[in-house]
Design a protein around this ligand. Structure first.
Ligand code: 8YV
Length: 317
């Protein structure tokens, strides 16, 4: 009962291969190209059976309300905290995401930020580009080797980071409430403050959402201390950004590598002035290979759903 010409609403611009595949097999409506989306949805909303969005775009219940016959939301990205899963569950709408295919890319981003902030790479590059090399010596950085890498969130990406950090001869420790994972060789901390106290680098890679909102707060930063670095490749919401800015301005921690922010694409002005902070624009999964794999997985989900009523990587709601 293939229904390849189903009407789908695409939330924002998508990966080119996904866009191409959707146009080939479905009737595509682009939310972002519609001037008055509410008026459009009032008139045409009932046609829409699928929504394609991303972890960054999320969804909006007021608009979804107008899509009375919506059956599925397919999201480009592993994190779906910008999508109201309770709402989808109430309406019996299914959700898919793109787990696993981005583990390596996000882990490489975490390693890049850790190396970059620790060895002052961005700062050193600014120094060379500004013509300052002939005028004096550049200050020293810190080794990763022999240091403790504390991982907040030892899920699949966390484990992928751990493997890479271990290859750099770091000691690996992780935070998990309650019992340790039975199958991992790393040091377990059930108390986040205790992990922060021993960590030289604290890498945040937990899902976003209400459960982890401001998990990294002023107390955790204080426990981390003036010689340690914070790396965030999870969600901006996990870190209390005001507390982080205050800590950095006060030399409360040594520095930070941040790929995500509380109010993207806004970045607190204070962070822009600090040399010991490396800032990237949410590029965790941003490689050609990974984005292609994500695009393929989103399309596989859309296709399977309209062919067989099943999803390849369904989120349990
Ligand atoms: C974005 C991410 O979703 O997977 C996630 O959770 O944050 C990213 O991969 C992606 O960049 C959206 O375009």
């Amino acid at each position: 009962m293939s229904d390849k010409k189903a009407d789908v609403l695409v939330w924002g611009p998508m990966h080119i291969a996904l866009t191409h595949n959707l146009y080939r097999d479905f009737t595509v409506h682009n939310r972002w190209e519609t001037t008055d989306i509410d008026a459009w949805a009032n008139e045409h909303g009932e046609k829409i059976r699928g929504v394609i969005t991303s972890g960054v775009y999320g969804t909006d219940n007021a608009l979804l309300d107008k899509l009375e016959n919506l059956e599925v939301v397919n999201s480009f990205g592993v994190g779906y905290d910008a999508i109201d899963t309770d709402y989808l569950a109430r309406r019996g709408i299914k959700l898919s995401n793109t787990p696993d295919v981005l583990n390596n890319a996000v882990a490489e981003t975490a390693m890049s930020l850790m190396l970059c902030v620790s060895r002052r790479i961005s700062e050193a590059e600014r120094f060379v580009r500004a013509g300052k090399w002939p005028t004096g010596k550049f200050p020293l950085g810190n080794d990763l080797c022999g240091k403790t890498c504390g991982i907040v969130g030892l899920g699949k990406i966390g484990k992928t980071i751990a493997k890479r950090a271990a290859a750099f001869e770091m000691n690996i420790a992780y935070f998990r409430r309650g019992q340790p994972y039975p199958d991992v060789p790393y040091t377990h901390y059930a108390d986040l403050l205790e992990l922060a106290k021993v960590a030289d680098y604290l890498i945040v890679i937990v899902p976003g959402g209400p459960d982890t909102q401001h998990l990294i707060n002023a107390d955790v930063l204080k426990a981390l201390g003036p010689n340690a670095y914070l790396i965030n490749v999870a969600r901006g919401s996990v870190v209390d950004e005001q507390a982080l800015v205050a800590s950095l301005l006060d030399s409360g921690i040594a520095g930070a590598g941040l790929d995500v922010f509380e109010d993207e694409p806004s970045v607190p002005a204070e962070l822009l002035t600090l040399e010991n902070v490396v800032l990237t624009p949410h590029i965790g999964s941003g490689t050609y290979e990974t984005r292609q794999a994500m695009a393929d997985l989103v399309f596989a989900n859309v296709s399977r759903f309209f062919d067989e009523g099943e999803l390849v990587t369904q989120v349990s709601l």
